[in-house]
Design a protein around this ligand. Sequence first.
Ligand code: A3P
Length: 262
Amino acid sequence: MRSNLSRGWEIIRGRQLGRNVQVFNSDIFIVSYPKSGNTWTKFLIANLISITDVNFNNIDTIIPNIYRNKDKELIKKKQPRFLKSHEYFNPKYKKVIYIARDPRDVAVSYYYYSIKLKFIEKDVKLHDFVAKFLNGNVDCFGSWQENVGSWLGAREKNENFLFLKYEDMLSNTLGELNKISDFLSMNKSIQELNECVEKSSFENMRKLELQNDFESVKSSNNEGLYFMRSGKSGEWREALDKKDSDLIEKQWGDLMKKIGYL
Ligand code: A3P
């Protein structure tokens, strides 16, 4: 395995970019460990708040990614700002929608995404990726447990913290979007929510991915991997070696049990 497994995140790590972003008390953060459904949540919310059709070209204008935009640009955004982040607990974030996903599926999704973006060579084995993933050495956002656990530990019962699970979003998208709408005091009708669900469906987002100039799409075409790759829960059962899923369960079992993944 090449030593540059995590080179894609080096600039962010080097500049402590995420920690240095100016935060306002009115900001609403959409936070997750990578590959947990953050973009989907962004599309759902953007479709709730935006008057224009949401796609991969304008999503970053509607809900900016704090790692892709300079602070001086972010500061110009109208408040309250919706911002996408992968930070482990940050006490400066006052209102947070946090999305968690089963770490065994995150490992699979993150592995293919890392190949797609050339963070790793395509001959790196999933088993080797899982070892890095378990050590929290894939990026600069802490391990899965540190990221999810830090937010749950600090904010679980806080009224300004909404904890969502990717798996619940899959099984009941409308119900979870309704929670988001209530959390944001948006008073949307079921019909309006249903429209957002439809516009943000896997199939529609896959079409939008193909139609738009999304930078990850461009860089990905070489390996034939889509950002909208599979969109399932439980894929790890086929994709991971049993010894790797066992390792994840052994290392993060307590938190996985607490969330309902074991
Ligand atoms: P897979 O790689 O398992 O397919 P993030 O946005 O946090 O990087 O998460 C990306 C994951 O969310 C990918 O998982 C992607 O397919 C999935 N995803 C994105 N939009 C989705 C949608 N509308 N429905 C279901 N899954 C979605």
